[in-house]
Ligand binder design. Structure first.
Ligand SMILES: [Zn+2]
Length: 466
């Protein structure tokens, strides 16, 4: 059989890996969208590099858009097979894909207004909400940690990845001409000390491993527990300076982690008595959805659930979907905490909150996740003294603070712990995906030192016999 890497090859988005069996059966692992690659992005998302009509099965690791974001386009271009994933991934993918379709339709509408005036050809979104529905009906909700058979030659098992709710590593057992091979795709590997999710689980010995490498050369800074750090920032901003604490946050995962931290402080009676807002329709919906899968929470959340039926809700919390309620937040001057998306502050309501509050030194902007360097979050993180938001230049008088340890991706230690259940002598091929090339090269050296013999860093559309 053969594997071809159609995305997340020497970059961190667009996860798409196609396995072709000798009998012609094609299995696509993830169907992710490329994101944040500048003017190249649209072009990269317009061409798969293979014929979707020839794909028999799709298997999803988790619901992040860079892993599922092109499923509707796959269906538009002729895919009619089954999509296998966990129940939580199906639920979350439905939410995120609909959101992605709305963003694309809005952006196309905005661009086309100008193009119409200029008499230029109009742009079309990659897909619409109708196309999302056509992809969702193909989804098969499969168990976690249990093998299932998708045809007579192929068995699949999803194992916990600890990255976001429902996230998995994909283990395949493929038999060709009497020989069975085990192939494992890591998906995105989470942290072993995640606040909400179980740690990544042990997986069967593999012959071939496809492994993410986002933080293959980095150790997260964990010198101060983030709960204490977070509390310090609320006290310093809201109680001492009477200001607003503004937090750009990814709707899925990070927002629930922040809410869980605030809920913990509330249960401990240490939560400062100010107003707390989650201002984003998607964040509100993702939080509601997360609560529907309590069986996926780790043991410490299970303990909390025995005495608190809502680990993401507490007195003083306001969840805002309505746009007018969001605008009203700008008018009130009381100290408060506002959690809003997007995580890199490049889009969404968070941009308005930052624009409205960045010039006031009473306020704090707290960055809690990865930010692409050119994004607004990235520019703030880099310590810029002036930033342009909606074409207006703002002085950065607010305090900018960074909490590093909250990443949903494991660091170098987590990645090597994930691999520690494997005998390197038995892994014939290891492919590094989902990472920046320089990071991957460093990670490759470290893995060779650990005894893995064949560590490849595939390029986009590159094929290998496995
Ligand atoms: Zn992810």
């Amino acid at each position: 059989m053969q594997i071809t890497f159609h995305g997340a090859a020497r970059t961190v988005t667009g996860s798409k890996h196609l396995i072709t069996l000798n009998n012609g059966t094609k299995i696509l692992l993830d169907c992710g969208m490329f994101q944040g690659m500048g003017s190249e992005t649209l072009e990269l998302n317009s061409h798969f590099g293979f014929n979707p009509a020839e794909v028999d099965y799709v298997i999803l690791s988790h619901a992040h858009i860079d892993h599922v974001g092109l499923l509707p386009k796959l269906v538009i271009e002729g895919f009619r097979g089954k999509i296998f994933c966990t129940k939580a991934t199906a639920a979350l993918a439905e939410l995120l894909l609909a959101d992605s379709a709305r963003i694309q339709e809005n952006e196309a509408g905005y661009i086309n207004k100008r193009r119409k005036r200029q008499g230029r050809p109009l742009v079309v979104p990659l897909y619409t909400e109708d196309d999302v529905d056509k992809a969702i009906v193909l989804m098969q909700r499969m168990p976690l940690e249990d093998w299932y058979q998708i045809d007579e030659h192929i068995k699949v098992m999803h194992t916990e990845a600890g990255h976001i709710i429902g996230s998995t590593c994909i283990n395949l057992q493929i038999t060709e001409e009497g020989i069975t091979k085990n192939i494992t795709f890591s998906g995105d590997v989470g942290r072993y000390d995640d606040a909400i999710l179980d740690a990544p689980s042990v997986f069967p010995q593999a012959d071939v491993i496809l492994m993410e490498s986002t933080y293959g050369n980095k150790i997260h800074n964990k010198t101060q527990p983030y709960l204490e750090h977070f509390l310090e920032m609320i006290v310093a901003t809201c109680l001492v300076k009477k200001g607003k604490l503004i937090i750009p946050s990814f709707s899925v995962g990070r927002t629930q982690e922040l809410l869980y931290a605030l809920n913990t402080l509330s249960l401990q009676k240490r939560l400062p008595p100010v107003a707390y807002y989650v201002d984003s329709p998607l964040s509100v919906e993702a939080t509601e959805m997360t609560k529907r899968f309590p069986e996926l929470f780790n043991t410490s959340v299970q303990e909390v659930l025995k005495r608190d039926d809502d680990p993401f809700g507490f007195p003083g919390l306001n969840m805002i979907k309505d746009v007018n309620a969001s605008k009203a937040l700008n008018l009130h001057n009381d100290p408060c905490v506002i959690i809003s998306s997007s995580g890199m502050a490049e889009a969404g309501r968070i941009k308005h909150h930052i624009a409205n509050n960045i010039e006031n030194s009473r306020n704090t902007i707290m960055i809690v996740g990865y930010c692409e360097p050119h994004s607004l979050g990235g520019r703030l993180k880099a310590g810029q003294k002036e930033v342009s938001i909606f074409s207006k230049v703002h002085e950065v008088n607010a305090t900018v603070k960074v909490i590093e340890s909250m990443s949903a991706h494991g660091d170098y230690n987590d990645l090597t712990q994930w691999l520690s259940c494997q005998n390197p002598d038995k892994v014939a091929q290891l492919f590094l995906v989902h990472g920046e090339y320089e990071v991957q090269q460093e990670f490759r050296e470290r893995l060779l030192d650990k005894g893995f013999k064949s560590v490849n860093i595939p390029e986009r559309h590159q094929s290998f016999d496995i």
